[in-house]
Design a binder for this molecule. Structure first.
Ligand code: PEP
Length: 249
């Protein structure tokens, strides 16, 4: 019922030429994928990536957006600007934004509403730190991030939402949550979404992210509530990313 979605977060990697080369390699490798395929370049490479992906099954997302549509906000990029470039998705609240740029749940919420206002499909990231996990607070932290981050989102809109559960201690560290641990937290996220949106929660796609590789994707995807992956490091290599996208082939 839920179509899997595999998204690559390139972070601060790839010039326009590198982006073009990567998409050119990727296109034939993922052409028959059952999963939806998304790549998220840095702002500067979005136009080149959209161009290189044109006519393929690869959609393009941004890694962030600002919550206002225009104005005196030096250095920021807005929803209408991303739509203008041909973006379909936007990542919101990635743990690196929360950690290095002070993004709070309230900011995530403003960005989420800006994404919907501009017909961008949000991939909202949530996840606990190692200290929070060790203190036994994982579900409480993730539950709060979901409730606060999605405030004001209506049931009719929630269907299009993608949530990415990314334990902070698993991002870029080579440590993956076990498939069972990821399933436990993701099932809790779906339960929380059920309290907020009723039956619509069954249609919302929830990804796992954190050191996803070709070697661990199949086990993660075999879990009943895991609908895809948000992939960092491994998305920079066309062959690795394609192997993740084609986990079921
Ligand atoms: C990410 O950036 O969202 C991520 C999960 O990174 P990595 O796959 O490198 O751990």
């Amino acid at each position: 019922m839920r179509r899997p979605i595999i998204a690559g977060n390139w972070k601060m990697h790839n010039t326009t030429e590198e982006a073009r080369d990567l998409v050119t390699l990727l296109r034939p490798l993922v052409g028959t994928a059952r999963a939806e395929v998304v790549v998220c370049p840095p702002f500067t490479a979005i136009a080149a990536t959209v161009n290189a992906a044109s006519g393929s099954n690869i959609s393009v997302g941004a890694q962030d957006l600002f919550w206002e549509d225009k104005g005196a906000y030096t250095g920021e990029v807005s929803g209408p600007m991303l739509r203008d470039l041909g973006c379909r998705y936007v990542i919101i609240g990635h743990s690196e934004r929360r950690q290095y740029f002070g993004e709070t749940d309230a900011i995530v919420n403003k960005k989420l509403l800006a994404a919907y206002r501009n017909e961008l499909l949000p991939i909202v990231c949530v996840g606990e730190t190692l200290a929070e996990r060790e203190a036994g607070h994982t579900l409480e932290v993730v539950g709060r991030q979901v409730r606060e981050g999605l405030k004001g989102l209506e049931t009719g809109q929630a269907r299009d939402l993608v949530v990415a559960y990314e334990p902070v201690w698993a991002i870029g560290t080579g440590k993956t949550a076990t498939a069972a641990d990821a399933q436990e937290v993701i099932a809790y996220i779906r339960k929380t979404l059920g309290e907020m949106y009723g039956e619509t929660a069954a249609a919302i796609r929830i990804q796992y992210g954190g050191s996803v590789k070709p070697e661990n994707i199949a086990e993660l995807m075999a879990q009943p509530d895991i609908d895809g992956a948000l992939v960092g490091g491994a998305s920079l290599d066309a062959v690795s990313f394609a192997a993740i996208v084609n986990y079921d082939q």
